[in-house]
Design a protein around this ligand. Structure first.
Ligand code: ZN
Length: 220
């Protein structure tokens, strides 16, 4: 769910392939241990699982690239996947691959010079009203729409996405504020020499020269 109201349904890759996987798994279990046919069946099962993972990763790559290209800043909810996986939704949560997906967003944000942030998993993104800020009672997973006493009517996921965005923005503003400090002043000559890290300087100089040497070798 994106904060602008766009809903992206994650295809159920694993569930879609379930019948095929089941059939291959059964075929494998009928093969005699240690036989050549069993080895072949093992490869088939592994290949089918790898294909599910590949399709999912491919889909996530396309979506994460689009999101990062189209937005200057992206904040994601750090979902408690372990917690969710103890519920009936377990398979669907794993199937969506949230952790892998947010990982992609994170490194692509760095690559494209975008802001990326994770919002704390204990932040009440769902039950907080994005209009008045009131934190309401916890609600069951099947409640998709709800009304706040302030009169606002919410779609559960849109409201949560708006809250995550606001929290992410607030957090990154704080971060920036904390980093405000007087500009660097060049150290006087004497101080640079007596710096406690001076002892390490020879080593790092050596390290750099080694790296440069390696680079030269690779240069055409
Ligand atoms: Zn409200």
């Amino acid at each position: 769910m994106l904060s602008d109201g766009t809903k992206v349904a994650a295809p159920k890759f694993l569930r879609r392939a379930a019948r095929r996987l089941k059939r291959l798994q059964q075929a494998l279990s009928r093969k005699q241990k240690g036989s050549a046919n069993r080895k072949k069946a093992v490869v088939k099962v592994a290949r089918a699982h790898a294909r599910v993972a590949d399709t999912r990763r491919d889909w996530q790559h396309k979506l994460s690239t689009t999101i990062i290209r189209e937005n200057q800043a992206v904040y994601v909810e750090d979902l408690c996947v372990v917690g969710l996986c103890r519920t009936r939704l377990a398979k669907s949560v794993h199937d969506a691959g949230w952790a892998q997906f947010t990982g992609m967003l994170e490194y692509k944000a760095a690559r494209y010079g975008r802001t990326f942030g994770r919002v704390d998993r204990f932040f009440p993104s769902t039950r907080m009203c994005s209009q008045c800020g009131r934190v309401n009672e916890k609600m069951a997973l099947n409640v998709r729409m709800w009304d706040c006493p302030c009169g606002a009517a919410h779609d559960r996921d849109v409201n949560a996405a708006i809250n995550v965005l606001a929290a992410g923005q607030a957090e990154s503003r704080n971060d920036r504020g904390a980093r405000v400090r007087p500009g660097l002043v060049p150290a006087p000559r004497g101080e640079a020499v007596t710096h406690p890290d001076a002892a390490c300087s020879t080593r790092s100089v050596e390290g750099i020269s080694v790296l440069q040497g390696g680079e030269d070798v690779n240069r055409p």
